[in-house]
Design a protein. Structure first.
Lengths: 542, 424
């Protein structure tokens, strides 16, 4: 058994290191984030956005509900940016920070956190490439995700990222943006131009035109079948080979590569040729460059309102759980004559400040609708729906699977699970996430669509190993630390509520659980965490 | 036309009183006692994961290059021959309708499975529900305390509910015949009660501040139903302890064999749709040897299931469908394997009023060059599904408005009467 001892030693060492890391006070030494420089403040844009919503409420005859407390808003932001509830250490530090402009300062800090880069990159990758496995070897989701995370943490321009994705050249490993193209390679080794066209318009312009592959868009006359074919034609010169993604060299080829469509049942077997075209404002197209780079320039053109409206709607969706206009990628054509709506206001500030996603995130988080409470005494379903549709109350939105397991994992620990955590804990988090989502069910590509709950999910949360591991009072666990380090039972309950629900217990809750703690404290704390994990409040954004 | 868009007024009618009265008594179960037509109809799908070769199973071409080493044997259905690798099924073919002319455009596993499981070509902007989800939703069963749609030994990660919503996803059981994961509390009953009381206290506080919005989440309703399931006597349907050893032997002591036996117990309990997966059909290498192994698992299990259902007078009300995402190429590749072939493939349907001892469609033994000509008497997957729906009393032409505002029918084809006993 000597070999077992040798193998166990490093594991033991890792465990001990993790224990040392987790030991200490419940109070965390997180310092307050620095002030946001004046030039980066968004006060005027926030005010403009708030006025827009106030007018909307007035016109609809609605009274917005009261503001939520800042801790609730902090929870929303943590769920949106990190995919989990805030750690107890963060909550304590946030509450201790009494300097002005607290929320914005904390958001700015969160946007520089590796957890944001990784989590938000996952969300963007879904909108860019869906959830399918893609062709083996030549599609590397991990590389695309890492690249997106780097760009997010560098606060890069979304316009530039979009151009990199559409016009990417090179190997899918060296030039990770190229994976946006390689996922469309078919079994016959050719690229599916129609898939790329559909994805481009959905991801970057917020419009579902895939139906126009076969017929005109049923609701929007802007998008007809020829438009779809013309857009697909921009990708006709792209090819995937061992050299990576390249465009056919038109100068060297005997004949230029053109986009040809063959239709079953037609005599013309050679098919018909379709020229690259855009459905509107062809004057935005540059006259030189590869076909894809010209398309990329048109998509991101400063006057293409669809571009900023699409990303503003998606970021709103990721912040709240529900897009401003539903579905997230089927926006109506923006009328030139109409007064600017919320998407336009968000989009204008986004454009003005370097097309950075961080601007949209902060602007949304600081706006009045985002800060409203989800508490409403409305008793009529239709009136409540109207309140929610007009954003006069914060909607209850079911957490996505990765947010549930992310929160379950974080709430079982006192400190942040981040890049500074012990490798063992980070590895455990990664495997837990994958296994949990497999059992719980993935939200799929359209993760911003409303999702209903299932009995399988309830059973998994009640009886599954993930819950059991997170609530166990043992050597490394958060519940054990809470029990050991809280000065009395009142503090035990308060810390447990903060860890799981980011709020303090109400009087009735405090009283009930104090009574429970009188007997077997260890069991009572585990049972308290079980109740909190399984509560509706834990599994919903509110 | 039914809308799935926003109106959830009906939701409130489904809710009981506020708060959590978790300890509901189990309802009496009468479904298990009923036989023949006088019982709720069900569907059992035997899913051959990876792409079953039609040439080594239901559509052999012995003595030809494309037929490979597979021989054909006569069956209990007059004039019907199948592969010699399925001798036990040969004795059950008088119960079955064999369709040799299914066809598809999808030669990729993910897309092929999406098409065959839903009857719709996969689309990037709309996720279709599987046949099982449609049936489970359209045929509610009030006395059922366990889920109406269950996957045994599943391999496909794609959710089944599609535009109908997650609530119509299947319940997944990974090791059929063994204790089902997460169905049992991790603590004794008394402690579970304490935990539920604590949950009630926390839940009430959240609901107090937003009563209607909280009710509309249905979260407490889900918890109540989960607890009810944990306490239900119907869970016994997942276990095989009560089944005689000889019967278990006849199904085969494999995950798939146990799955088929559990499937029978589940439909007896009133479950609407059970899908049992047999993985391992993606035989790009050594196809014949691969199918020898696969058929050794499939043959006893499927034949025992059909025999067992007949013995129990359940074959009138239970439809059994054996199907795959596509077939395999007529050409044998240099690795002695067969590759993906959506051009034509076979399925077997039994019970529920479908024709017995018959064959529809035929395929050529020629190895196609260029564009394949297609099977003779082609039958489409959507036709088969529309017919199954109609036999279960569901109108496949009914339209629902999907969450993106697009009207869609449950079935994209109309029932084919030639598939039915009365239409023969």
């Amino acid at each position: 058994m000597r070999w077992l001892t040798w193998i166990s030693l490093p594991v033991l060492a890792l465990l001990l290191a993790a224990v040392v890391q987790t030991a200490g006070s419940v109070e965390a030494p997180l310092s307050p984030p620095a002030a946001v420089p004046e030039a980066q403040r968004l006060d005027a844009a926030v005010e403009q956005l708030n006025q827009h919503f106030q007018q909307r409420w007035q016109q609809a005859g609605l009274q917005p509900v009261a503001h939520a407390d800042e801790l609730t808003v902090f929870r929303r932001i943590s769920l949106a940016l990190f995919g989990c509830v805030p750690a107890l250490a963060e909550i304590k530090a946030f509450e201790q920070d009494q300097q002005p402009n607290r929320l914005d300062r904390w958001i700015v800090r969160m946007l520089q956190d590796e957890r944001f880069g990784r989590y938000f990159a996952d969300r963007l990758a879904r909108s860019l490439t869906g959830v399918e496995q893609g062709p083996l070897f030549i599609f590397r989701r991990d590389r695309l995700r890492d690249w997106l995370a780097e760009q997010l943490l560098a606060d890069a321009s979304w316009g530039r990222m979009t151009r990199d994705l559409i016009a990417a050249e090179g190997l899918w490993t060296d030039q990770p943006a190229a994976n946006f193209i390689t996922i469309a390679r078919m079994e016959n080794e050719e690229l599916d131009e129609t898939k790329l066209a559909g994805r481009t318009v959905r991801a970057f312009l917020g419009q579902r035109i895939d139906c126009a592959q076969c017929h005109d868009h049923p609701f929007d006359p802007q998008w007809q079948q020829p438009h779809f074919e013309g857009l697909a034609a921009w990708y006709c010169q792209a090819t995937v080979s061992l050299a990576g993604v390249t465009d056919f060299d038109r100068d060297k080829a005997d004949q230029p590569v053109v986009y040809r469509i063959t239709e079953p049942g037609r005599d013309n077997q050679a098919g018909r040729t379709v020229d690259p075209a855009v459905p509107f404002n062809a004057d935005w197209l540059p006259t030189t460059g590869s076909l894809r780079s010209r398309l990329a320039a048109w998509v991101t053109h400063p006057q293409n309102r669809r571009f900023e409206r699409a990303i503003a709607n998606r970021i709103w969706g990721l912040m709240v759980g529900r897009p401003l206009q539903d579905p997230v990628d089927d926006l109506p054509h923006p009328e030139d004559s109409a007064a600017p709506d919320a998407l336009d206001l968000l989009g204008a500030e986004f454009r003005q400040r370097g097309e950075r996603l961080s601007v949209l995130i902060r602007l949304i988080a600081l706006s009045q609708p985002y800060q409203l409470s989800s508490e409403s005494t409305e008793q009529d379903v239709l009136l409540l729906r109207q309140q929610q549709q007009q954003w006069a109350v914060f909607p209850l939105v079911r957490l996505r699977p990765e947010q549930v397991i992310g929160s379950l994992f974080q709430a079982g620990r006192v400190r942040m699970v981040d890049q500074n955590s012990h490798p063992l804990i980070r590895f455990q988090k990664l495997t837990s996430e994958n296994d949990f989502i497999q059992e719980y069910g993935d939200a799929g590509e359209d993760e911003l669509n409303p999702q209903s709950g299932t009995i399988t999910q309830s059973l998994l949360k009640m009886n599954g190993r993930f819950t059991a591991e997170s609530l166990k009072v043992d050597l490394l666990s958060g519940p054990a630390e809470v029990l050991q380090l809280s000065p009395d039972d009142t503090a035990v309950i308060e810390n447990s509520f903060l860890m799981c629900l980011t709020r303090r217990p109400a009087a009735a809750e405090q009283q009930y659980f104090l009574e429970q703690l009188k007997d077997n404290r260890k069991q009572a704390v585990e049972d308290l965490f079980w109740a909190l994990f399984n509560s509706p409040e834990f599994s919903w954004n509110h | 036309m039914e809308s799935l868009m926003t109106d959830r007024r009906g939701v409130l009618q489904r809710l009981g009183t506020t708060g959590l009265s978790f300890l509901l008594p189990c309802m009496s179960q009468a479904a298990a006692g009923r036989r023949g037509n006088d019982r709720p109809a069900s569907l059992i799908v035997l899913w051959m994961n990876g792409g079953m070769s039609q040439l080594e199973t239901w559509d052999p071409h012995p003595g030809t290059v494309s037929g490979g080493l597979t021989k054909a044997i006569s069956t209990s259905a007059q004039g019907v021959q199948i592969s010699h690798l399925l001798p036990k099924m040969a004795e059950q073919m008088h119960e079955c309708l064999l369709i040799r002319s299914l066809h598809s455009k999808e030669g990729d596993h993910e897309r092929g499975a999406a098409f065959v499981r839903t009857g719709y070509n996969p689309e990037p902007t709309l996720s279709y529900p599987t046949l099982g989800s449609v049936i489970a939703r359209q045929l509610p069963q009030a006395s059922l305390q366990i889920p109406p749609y269950i996957l045994l030994n599943p391999r496909i990660p794609v959710p089944e509910g599609g535009y109908l919503g997650n609530e119509w996803n299947a319940f997944r059981v990974f090791r059929p015949g063994e204790k089902v994961a997460n169905l049992t509390a991790t603590v004794p009953d008394e402690r579970l009660q304490r935990r539920l009381q604590g949950l009630d206290v926390v839940g009430r506080e959240f609901a107090r501040r937003r009563p209607l919005a909280e009710q509309l989440t249905l979260q407490q309703d889900l918890t109540r139903r989960a607890v009810q399931m944990m306490q239900s006597e119907q869970l016994a349907a997942f276990q095989l302890d009560e089944e005689p050893a000889t019967l278990q032997d006849s199904y085969g002591r494999t995950d798939f064999g146990r799955g088929c036996l559990v499937a029978r117990r589940l439909v007896e309990t009133g479950v609407r749709v059970v899908e049992v997966t047999l993985p391992g059909f993606d035989t790009h290498i050594s196809n014949h040897e691969g199918h020898i192994t696969q058929c050794q698992i499939l043959d006893p299990a499927m034949s025992a299931l059909l025999h067992d259902l007949r013995q129990r007078d359940l074959l009138q009300s239970v439809i059994v469908l054996c199907i795959s995402e596509f077939g395999r190429t007529p050409r044998i590749n240099p690795a002695d394997g067969r590759d993906h072939w959506p051009g034509w493939f076979s399925c077997v349907v039994a019970g529920g009023g479908f024709r017995r001892g018959a064959v529809l469609g035929a395929t050529s033994a020629e190895i196609p060059t260029g564009d394949p000509p297609g099977p003779q008497d082609p039958i489409s997957v959507p036709e088969v599904y529309a017919t199954i729906l109609s036999q279960l009393g569901i109108d496949g032409s009914q339209e629902v408005i999907t969450p993106v505002g697009r009207p869609i029918r449950f079935a994209s084809a109309t029932p084919n009467l030639r598939l039915l006993h009365s239409g023969s």
